[in-house]
Design a protein around this ligand. Structure first.
Ligand SMILES: Nc1ncnc2c1ncn2[C@@H]1O[C@H](COP(=O)(O)OP(=O)(O)OP(=O)(O)O)[C@@H](O)[C@H]1O
Length: 309
């Protein structure tokens, strides 16, 4: 199949570089000293709880918020007033910007600079059967696909997608995943946020975990999975008391079935604690966490640390 995509070879240049960004909404600092970068071909997954600042980071990169620090796309600076660096950036943030009384095709034409590329994009997204229908009659998933199509127009170097799988059925989700990989293989860099961790896990090359406006993990996915933040699982003869004891002694735990999971480095401390309180240990054994458990455990650890400060 002819993919129709031939992108420039950007070599090892950085596609996106964010340095010490602070973003303010009103007088409130929402993003706090955030730095990261994305190389050509990388798919950076932006993960974090509700209100962590994912959308705000994306808006900041697009020059839509007040910020301090430096943002550059291919070595060109983005500022609030100068968006010239964003000419080859595609984005879908929150709801797609769609004119309801225009057809899908007419909407695409508003943004497209190249008809061949535009036709390629909507057929790649399998939108042919409704591309000439007015978009007010689209389902949520169809609108979402149109939003993604707009973000993919004109062979962007950097593609920013906020919750791209929102409203998509399973086949569309698989399709979008394939398209993301295809564009990345051609050199585009992606920054993607999603609540569906499993979905991001299948495509991302790098993990960015954000909470309360701060990045707490920035790692290639292979490294993240290898380290996998090993934990020990604890089973005692009296789990309710054990749980209270751990809470009272600031031992961070994650629940997993009938076990409590604790950080590996606390295993000796936990044994002493249980012994001192005459709680008999039934099992203490290492366990690799899956991706979702690791994220939850890291967020819990961070909350505890913030609480202790
Ligand atoms: N226009 C606004 N006015 C005031 N506060 C805002 C505004 N937009 C965002 N915020 C605040 O900024 C913080 C980050 O919001 P943001 O939408 O970036 O989070 P998010 O990680 O994308 O969350 P979600 O996963 O729920 O979409 C939140 O505390 C939110 O209340």
């Amino acid at each position: 199949m002819n993919s129709g995509l031939t992108f420039t070879n950007y070599g090892d240049d950085l596609m996106l570089k964010i340095s010490h960004i602070n973003t303010f909404i009103g007088r409130k600092k929402i993003i706090k000293d955030v730095s990261f970068q994305a190389n050509p071909g990388s798919i950076v997954g932006l993960i974090g709880p509700n209100g962590a600042g994912k959308t705000t980071i994306m808006k900041t990169i697009l020059g839509l918020t007040k910020f301090t620090g430096n943002i550059s796309v291919e070595d060109k600076s983005v500022t609030e007033n100068d968006h010239a660096a964003l000419t080859r950036v595609g984005a879908l943030i929150e709801h797609p910007a769609i004119y309801p009384f225009l057809t899908g095709l007419e909407n695409l034409k508003l943004y497209s600079l190249d008809e061949t590329d535009m036709n390629h994009v909507f057929s790649l997204l399998k939108m042919d059967s409704y591309i000439n229908t007015k978009s007010k009659d689209y389902s949520m998933g169809m609108k979402q696909k149109l939003g993604i199509a707009i973000a993919l127009l004109n062979k962007p170097q950097l593609i920013i997608l906020d919750e791209p799988m929102n409203g998509l059925d399973i086949e569309a989700t698989i399709l979008i995943r394939q398209i993301i990989k295809q564009y990345a293989a051609q050199g585009s860099a992606f920054l993607i946020s999603s609540h569906v961790l499993g979905e991001l896990q299948k495509v991302m090359t790098n993990v960015l975990l954000i909470t309360e406006g701060k990045i707490i993990v920035d790692q290639p996915i292979d490294e993240f999975n290898r380290v996998s933040h090993k934990q020990y699982r604890v089973l005692t003869e009296d789990m309710p008391t054990t749980e209270k004891l751990f809470a009272a002694n600031q031992v961070p735990v994650t629940k997993s079935d009938e076990y409590l999971l604790i950080p590996r480095e606390l295993s000796y401390q936990v044994q002493d604690l249980l012994y001192d309180h005459h709680i008999r240990l039934i099992e203490l054994s290492p366990q690799g966490l899956n991706f979702e458990q690791t994220i939850v455990s890291l967020l819990e650890q961070q909350r505890r640390q913030n609480h202790e400060k």
